[in-house]
Design a binder for this molecule. Structure first.
Ligand code: PLP
Length: 400
């Protein structure tokens, strides 16, 4: 029995079953590669689900975390510290908003904070209704779950006690019909990551901005998966030239260290008053130092400059592949839609051949690799994907 097999057995015996049994027992990572406990190395094309933007064990993050841990690891929210102030200022600068920040530890917590902001701000005018998108994903805690459009993960926990209307993502007319003067907020992802990297047509977010402003409702843009470079920019919504009322971020922000934030603008920056919200670990000095190191590295190394070109290269390489129906998404964040529902088999074949990707839907392979990936590594992924397709979903009549 390998050490991986032994660990898997112990995992199943000691950890709850919500993740099923993960296929790989990871020992360590470096750059774009992960190594399992038996020494097998993998090209990491999923980056901890759009988190490890600088790759693994990046020296800047290692240095920032070690230095901060040696100096000050934790204060709680009873005291302030320099790194949380620096990070909040930097987030406001990157988002290009005049606002304020609430720091937390994850994406779902960022959306919990956003919900509190819009409900508190809407209280005076009696606004309680939330509008969100079908197939959307905002997190697993009960508030964020209540606005999550994926019925299969939400319904087992209903009733969730919120007044939420779900509309088809990208459908401006449906949004118009759903939003009125009782709406507290519309929650949208610029690109629905968990739905399979599905992008709404250009203009959708801008229309949502116009509509919410006309009705005095908040527009909350969930950039938890789409932010921090996934689309080649700090925030995907910047492409639409809009300013949301609340922006939520997490995932890639900490480069692997847990952190999240809700950024509020105007009245939403002022909605939280003493006692209305809190988190023992939110704004933790180590997590803030890691996020500052991620931001500094992206800026110093101009990492966004290359991701669009790398993404275009990937599209070109996969364009003539008959068993790929569509390559969705932008830059280095892709949903590769197959003509058959064999994504799980393709992902298993990739893993057996040293590449990690994710079957986000039965017919879609998702990739969100480190932004530092090289053209050679991207070519390796494409070669191995095509080899996996040959094996799992043979082209009728064989390969041309
Ligand atoms: N919002 C979006 C768009 C996400 O993709 C996710 C996670 O996949 C979340 C929220 C929840 O983030 P977390 O898993 O950190 O709670």
């Amino acid at each position: 029995m390998t050490y991986s097999d032994e660990l898997k057995g112990r995992f199943q015996a000691s950890l709850m079953g919500n993740y099923g049994l993960p296929p790989v027992a990871v020992s360590h990572g470096e750059g774009r590669h992960l190594t399992d406990v038996d020494g097998k190395t993998y090209l990491d094309m999923i980056g901890g689900i759009a988190v490890s933007s600088l790759g693994h064990s990046h020296p800047a993050i290692v240095e920032a975390v070690a230095t901060q841990a040696a100096r000050l690891a934790h204060t709680s929210n009873l005291y302030l510290h320099e790194k949380e102030v620096e990070l909040a200022e930097k987030l406001l600068e990157l988002a290009a908003v005049d606002g304020k920040v609430f720091l937390c530890n994850s994406g779902t917590e960022a959306n919990e904070a956003a919900l509190k902001l819009v409900l508190l701000a809407g209280k005076a005018s009696g606004r309680t209704k939330i509008v969100a998108a079908e197939h959307g994903f905002h997190g697993r805690t009960l508030g964020s779950l209540s606005i999550t459009g994926k019925a299969a993960i939400r319904e087992p926990f209903e009733p969730l006690g919120r007044d939420v209307a779900f509309v088809p993502h990208g459908d401006t007319d449906a949004l118009k019909a759903a939003v009125d003067d009782t709406t507290a907020a519309v929650f949208l992802e610029p690109v629905q990551g968990e739905a399979g990297v599905v992008t709404a047509a250009p203009g959708y977010l801008a229309a949502a901005r116009e509509l919410t402003a006309a009705h005095g409702a908040a527009l909350v843009v969930d950039e938890i998966q789409s932010g921090f470079g996934r689309t080649g920019a700090w925030f995907a919504h910047h492409a639409e030239g809009i300013t949301p009322d609340v922006i939520t971020v997490a995932k890639g922000m900490g480069g692997g260290v847990p952190i999240g934030a809700a950024i509020g603008v105007g009245p939403y920056a002022e909605a939280l008053t003493p006692g209305t919200h809190g988190s023992t670990f939110g704004g933790n000095p180590i997590a803030c130092a890691a996020a500052l190191a991620v931001i500094d590295t992206i800026e110093r190394e101009h990492l966004f400059d290359s991701v669009a070109a790398l993404g275009a290269h990937l599209e070109e390489r996969l364009a003539d592949e008959g068993r790929i129906a569509q390559v969705r998404g932008t830059a280095l964040w892709r949903g590769i839609a197959l003509t058959e529902p064999v994504a799980a088999e393709v992902v298993a074949h990739l893993a057996a051949n040293g590449v990690l990707a994710n079957a986000v839907r039965p017919d879609t392979v998702r990739i969100a690799p480190p932004l530092t990936i090289t053209p050679t590594e991207l070519a390796e992924f494409c070669d191995k994907l095509i080899a996996a397709l040959d094996e799992v979903q043979p082209a009728p009549g064989g390969r041309p």
